[in-house]
Write a protein that binds this ligand. Sequence first.
Ligand code: C2O
Ligand code: CU
Ligand code: CU
Length: 480
Amino acid sequence: MTEVSILPGANTRVLKYTGKLLKGPSGTLKELPSYLGPVLNFEQGQKVRIFFYNQIPEPCVTHWHGMHVPQIMDGHPMYAINQGEQYVYEFEVKNPAGTNWYHSHTHEVTARQVYQGLAGLITITDEIERKLDLPSDEYDIPLIIQDRTFTSGNQLHYALNMHQRMQGFLGDTILANGRRNHVVPVKTRAYRLRILNGSNSRIYKLGWSDGSPLTIIGTDGGLLEKPQTFPYIMLAPAERVELWVDFSGRKPGSELALQTLSYQGFSMRMGGGMGMGSNTMDQGNKGTIVKFAITKQVSDSPRLPDTLVPIHRFTAKDASNPDIVVPIAIGMRRMTFNLNGRTFDMLDYTNQEKIPVNTVQRIRISNINPGIGGGGGMGGGMRGGRGGGMMGMIMAQPHPIHLHGQQFQILSRKPGHADSAYAAIKDGFINSGWKDTVLVMPGEEVEIIKPFTDYTGLFLYHCHNLEHEDMGMMRNFFVS
Ligand code: C2O
Ligand code: CU
Ligand code: CU
């Protein structure tokens, strides 16, 4: 579905959406042999030019998720091009070392286009990272996790009934790098895993099959200050996490699996007859994502560094105006999720949330009683949250909220339902480091702080449950 080739002159890449997978040249690109796009490797400070050719019979546009680029390079749906047209993206790589991704962002069809393969990984390196001597090349493994459903002819199947439209698509098979039952052969040494949840709506509770803790070295926006261990990680659509995993001391012939552990998934498979077919895998079901097969004994391995990169940690006082908190209220009205009571309006400049350029802003994302707080309600006494029956289940959904532009930091999380379901996931939130997407659970309120420097214009914020995004759970903010 994508072709990337290097044109004469360094740093120039071509992205072609052709509808079939063509092999790109090796060298600067790591090929993932699947329906996914190739991995693009960038360096901080590099100026890149990407020729994007649309060769599919519908409009398309590409967004560089996580990257700090000017408005016209950001892949806003208003810049979608038609079949046969070309868009030249040019930007300087400002982000630090880390793992980002690109995907289509076409108006109302992002979910289907991403599902069908219009997505790929971006890695960035910088000087600080190079000094750390982290596992590289074959020891640096990208893992894109997606769930899919196949037709009897083994083709990707995407169709939504009303419930799937409300809760997002959930496939019955988990793929890693486009493969099911993926097994990665490894040596008895340390590896770096760059994990992207590229699923439309599935939220994973990542854990090792032997119960050992996960060592985290990076989040959406780059490396952490220092490695941190977690019993499990909640990874929502669009979030990235970088793991350090050391297979030293494991026996050749043994295996270690990365799994998604079971949790109460806020699924709508309830109320009798509301199921979505026999072989769906509900949100929160357990499954194996990828297996690592220890094949070869080696004697040395790099050591996990004690510290990684310096991060200037913001507090609320670092906001340009600490007394102002920009609200992002998750709402629902007439069976459509909204943000601040509004759904997406591509070119509406007048009602946009306005942010002065070169400021730092506190932002509060709240997922409280969407049917009421979202302006309008669901008709009368409908309650959001638990216990509201079918309607309550629809409203009480987790939403991974993503903001375009620069990475932000999480200042605080205020849980709404401090019950056992929440207790079983809360230790999996990584609240340190740079983020561009944050999972906001039902009843929860998350405060973030985000710089808006360099670029003015219209940028998006939206739910990264892609079905929610396509139904209009997306808004522009206007930086000026
Ligand atoms: Cu990953 Cu606006 O998107
Ligand atoms: Cu983005
Ligand atoms: Cu959502």
